[in-house]
Write a protein that binds this ligand. Structure first.
Ligand code: UD1
Ligand code: CA
Length: 453
């Protein structure tokens, strides 16, 4: 069976008080529309149509990698009108699923259960029971059978007592959908073409409306303002954190971790409070992520210890590496097994060999560092001459004394030693001591300047 998805995303979202289209606001670092798009892909949709509104060019640009048919709804005349912008293009035998770009936490399993109920000219409708149904369209049943949906504004006092509400999500055959849409008018309190009127039309035609319900009501919650956005963000974060805990990860406080993207993390790893993960993060087993770390698009191997307040971006860290506290690893950093990066160290586009250590207050940029190298405190690679970047190569076993400047391009030999406080501008020999320092002198009886009166 062919599955077509229509995602309604034309609403202005005035209550967001934003210059961005509503569906571009993010949950877990991903635009709301993309959450719904991903669920559609998981369902195996054959074609996906996004109905967007005026001023949605920005939306199309942001989501330009989506494999969808973009459909402009010039004026927002109601949900039926919105669906009608896309539905005539869909093969009449196809099953159409209507989703909403501002309902981001809908689950694929819930939608699968709904789609399974579609047959012939029958409709499958997702409903939910709410303790506080005010504002929602009510599901009116007769002898248990759905007969219509009444919008809150059009509902009688009795109908407003109904707790079962319409989520807006429905599935039906495209041919019958189009037939019904052409019969819908805007004769109601909002003067809109209501998609929900399709229910009463189908019932009048003698067709059945089958319903399914989500496991949790937040799956069908829409976002209208930033308070609701923050609420769904928290719910989604809790779900993701629970998932990794069930996979064998200890999380100090599930409410104080944020995953803005996707994380894979191995058994017996530990995540301390206030950590943020962004993009694609892959972490091995027995890894400790200390408090306050920000980890973006990284691979971190088994047994690593990322100590508090380290910021790690687009880095590859192999096994049993110690990083931080207060380390900054920038893109292109590759740390090999058993290496160590200490506090106040910044590393960029640098390969640090096995067992090498850079323990304190250093900057390493555009360098290639061998194994068992010791980089003394305060070492700086001067990789930038004001116009171009140059490379520093430090061979295996070298020892760089504290407070050394390595003016690139420069190569430090194998097992070479650099005396503390040196400015190295030329390549150095293997197995030798190289230093550049002025000779120490003493001026006896030297008087410090005194303050002028
Ligand atoms: C709709 C349902 C209501 C249901 C509620 C659940 C209708 C008539 N009512 O009400 O039964 O309980 O959702 O949240 O369907 N949109 C467009 N173009 C339009 C109009 C709307 O793209 O012309 C989009 C909006 O961006 C929004 C969604 O459709 O994402 C819902 O529209 P809205 O007018 O907010 O419907 P509700 O009043 O919430
Ligand atoms: Ca409305």
């Amino acid at each position: 069976m062919n599955l077509s998805v229509i995602i309604l995303a034309a609403g202005q979202g005035t209550r967001m008080k934003s210059s961005l289209p509503k569906v571009m606001h993010r949950i877990a670092g991903i635009p709301m529309l993309e959450h719904v798009y991903r669920r559609s892909l998981e369902l195996g949709a054959d074609d996906i149509h996004v109905v967007y509104g005026h001023g949605g060019e920005h939306l199309r640009e942001t989501c330009s990698d989506f494999d969808v048919d973009w459909v402009l709804q010039q004026a927002q005349l109601g949900t039926a009108h919105a669906v009608q912008q896309a539905s005539p293009k869909i093969n009449s035998e196809s099953t159409v699923l209507v989703l909403y770009g501002d309902v981001p936490l809908i689950k694929t399993e819930t939608l699968r259960a709904l789609i399974e109920k579609v047959s012939d000219n029958n409709i499958a409708l997702l409903t939910v029971d709410l303790d506080e149904p005010a504002g929602y369209g009510r599901i009116v049943r007769d002898n248990g059978k759905v007969i219509s949906i009444v919008e809150h504004k059009d509902a009688s006092e009795d109908q407003r007592q109904i707790k079962e509400v319409n989520t807006g999500i429905l599935a039906m055959r495209a041919g019958y959908l189009n037939e019904c849409l052409s019969k819908i008018d805007n004769n109601n309190s909002q003067g809109e073409y209501y998609l929900t009127d399709i229910i009463a039309l189908a019932v009048a035609d003698g067709n059945a409306v089958f319903t399914a319900q989500p496991e949790n009501s937040y799956e069908v919650e829409g976002v209208n303002d930033r308070k609701q956005l923050a609420r769904l963000e928290r719910i989604h974060q809790c779900e993701m954190v629970e998932k990794i805990m069930l996979q064998g990860v200890t999380v100090a406080d599930p409410a104080r971790v944020d995953i803005r993207g996707e994380i894979k993390i191995g058994k017996d790893s530990f995540i301390d409070i206030n950590t943020i993960f962004e993009g694609n993060v892959e972490i091995g087993c027995n890894v400790v992520i200390g408090a306050g770390c920000v980890i973006s698009n990284c691979k971190i191997g088994d047994g690593c210890n990322i100590k508090p307040y380290s910021v790690v971006e687009s880095a590859v860290i192999e096994k049993n590496v110690d990083v931080g506290p207060f380390a900054r690893l920038r893109p292109g950093t590759h740390l090999l097994d058993n290496s160590k990066v200490g506090n106040f160290v910044e590393i960029k586009n640098t390969f640090l060999g096995e067992g090498s250590k850079v323990s304190h207050l250093s900057y390493l940029g555009d360098s290639e560092i061998g194994r068992d190298v010791n980089i003394g405190a305060g070492t700086i690679t001067c990789n930038y001459d004001g116009a171009n970047k140059h490379k520093t190569i430090i061979k295996d076993g070298a020892f760089i004394g504290s407070d050394t400047q390595l003016v690139a391009p420069v190569t430090i030999g194998k097992d070479a030693t650099i005396g503390a406080g040196s400015t190295i501008t030329k390549d150095t020999d293997d197995d030798s001591l190289t230093l550049s320092r002025t000779v120490q002198k003493t001026i006896k009886g030297w008087q410090r300047p005194t303050k002028k009166k």
